[in-house]
Write a protein that binds this ligand. Structure first.
Ligand code: SF4
Ligand code: SF4
Ligand code: SF4
Length: 206
């Protein structure tokens, strides 16, 4: 009796193998979805960079940038335009400790990754260029959530319009968030999506 598998047998095994692979992938996906009902969030009242009362740029905490498991971190800074004063000399955009140039502005920027852009709102008065307003936008492809600008924008120097957020389109939702382990203030918490504002995960507005 010939025990060699026929071509039809081989094709049959292949099809069944592919089917099992699809089923396995689907089961893994559904398990992950079921697990993914919680999300990691930063408590603004605890985070050194966001909370009121801790000031001084040298005090900023960079652990969100340096300990996340994904490249560049899942944490990014966002500027809440509804709170931003659109200051001409923004302490989060400029390194206000640097020298003042001939244009009356600090010569250095604060962000180590040059992730903040500044655009004049309306026409700039050439006779009074410092009396103008600017829109500051954070480039999420450059920002690594180092938190420096967040610390600098805080009252009393700024209006606290910049904050740090975990972006849910980037976060891989680790069981034990590496940042939560490293955070010196225990400022990360895992909450259910239902508890997040709007009844779902908070997506960054920018
Ligand atoms: S590690 Fe903690 S304290 Fe440091 S920036 Fe992140 S949330 Fe804030
Ligand atoms: S958090 Fe850091 S990298 Fe991101 S915009 Fe602010 S200073 Fe730049
Ligand atoms: S859960 Fe993982 S990917 Fe998400 S912020 Fe924490 S360490 Fe980064």
């Amino acid at each position: 009796m010939n025990e060699e598998p026929t071509r039809r047998d081989v094709l049959g095994y292949g099809a069944r193998g592919a089917g099992l692979l699809v089923l396995g992938s689907t089961a893994f996906y559904l398990t992950k979805k079921a697990h993914a009902k919680g999300v990691w969030v930063i408590d603004p009242a605890k985070c050194i960079n966001i909370r009121l009362g801790t000031t001084g740029i040298d005090q900023f905490c960079d652990k969100c940038a340096t300990t996340c498991v994904i490249p560049l971190s899942a944490v990014r800074a966002v500027n809440d335009f509804s709170k931003c004063g659109r200051c001409c000399i923004c302490p989060a955009y400029f390194d206000v400790a640097s020298d003042i140039g001939r244009d009356g502005l600090p010569v250095r920027k604060l962000c180590p990754r040059d992730a903040i852009t500044r655009e004049a709102i309306g026409d700039v008065d050439p006779d009074d260029p410092l009396n103008n307003f600017y829109e500051y936008t954070i480039d999420k492809t450059k920002c690594n959530g180092c938190g420096k600008c967040v610390m600098a924008c805080k009252e009393p120097a700024g209006l606290g319009s910049i904050r740090l957020e975990i972006r849910y389109d980037l976060c891989t939702d680790c069981n034990r968030c590496a940042i939560s382990t490293a955070c010196p203030e225990d400022a990360l918490a895992r909450i259910t999506r239902d508890l997040a504002p709007g009844g779902k995960a908070v997506e960054s507005s920018h």
